[in-house]
Write a protein that binds this ligand. Structure first.
Ligand SMILES: Cc1cc2nc3c(=O)[nH]c(=O)nc-3n(C[C@H](O)[C@H](O)[C@H](O)COP(=O)(O)O)c2cc1C
Length: 204
């Protein structure tokens, strides 16, 4: 059982990274093997727009540091996606990952999309923002959850919308660290229990 985390924060010790690591700790305590993909630190290239994935669904022709992890999304049990809010939206690193993950959406004859990711996997989402209102960037957060979670038929088990306070960053907040560990346990406990439809469900 493997849990894969895609971390879109460039800051190794920042809030997104801290919360992702706490979720991974929870998953490990539930018996999972975990991998954190720090998108800022791998050789990450953008989508080439070649549309090769439309004739070879599930395969991205761009080859780089992300390639093995796009493959691992098909076989892992749970996926975490995390991003700070930059300029009212996700970071550029996460957007590059999402564009490449287009290759995992499989076109159907009626114009809709299925997915190359088998059903039964779990999903958790982490964001961190400076603005004090946790609802301020809901549109971007819902979009992120749609593109990387429900769109692939993953079952969401937790969503952390962290508000960055200089008085208490995530690593000093025991309550949210505990919440993150519980989400990690749920990622493991609930994977393969749900069989989701292959039809993407977006709410943007
Ligand atoms: C380039 C940049 C743009 C940002 N834009 C926003 C923004 O639009 N709204 C917001 O609330 N915070 C914004 N922030 C603040 C970060 O979202 C916030 O500090 C967050 O906690 C950083 O996450 P991290 O600790 O995981 O790096 C921005 C920060 C940077 C560096």
């Amino acid at each position: 059982m493997e849990v894969l985390a895609f971390n879109g924060s460039p800051r190794k010790e920042g809030n997104t990274s801290t919360l992702i690591r706490a979720i991974l700790e929870g998953a490990e305590s539930g018996g999972a093997k975990t991998t954190e993909v720090r998108l800022h630190d791998i050789d990450l290239k953008g989508c080439m727009g070649c549309l090769s994935c439309r004739s070879n669904p599930g395969i991205c022709k761009q080859k780089d540091g992300l390639s093995p992890y796009l493959e691992a999304m098909k076989t892992c049990s749970g996926i975490i996606v995390g991003s700070p809010i930059y300029m009212y939206h996700v970071t550029g690193q996460i957007k590059m990952f999402i564009d490449r993950a287009y290759s995992l959406y499989t076109p159907k004859e009626d114009g809709s999309y299925g997915t190359a990711i088998p059903p039964g996997k779990t999903y958790a989402l982490v964001t961190s923002q400076g603005h004090p209102d946790p609802n301020r960037f809901q549109r971007a957060i819902r979009w992120l959850a749609g593109m990387t979670g429900s769109g692939f038929g993953l079952t969401e088990v937790g969503r952390m919308v962290h508000v960055n306070s200089h008085l208490q960053p995530a690593k000093e907040n025991k309550d949210i660290l505990e919440e993150a560990r519980k989400i990690g346990l749920s990622l493991v406990a609930k994977s393969n229990r749900h069989s989701n439809s292959n039809s993407p469900k977006f709410e943007i």
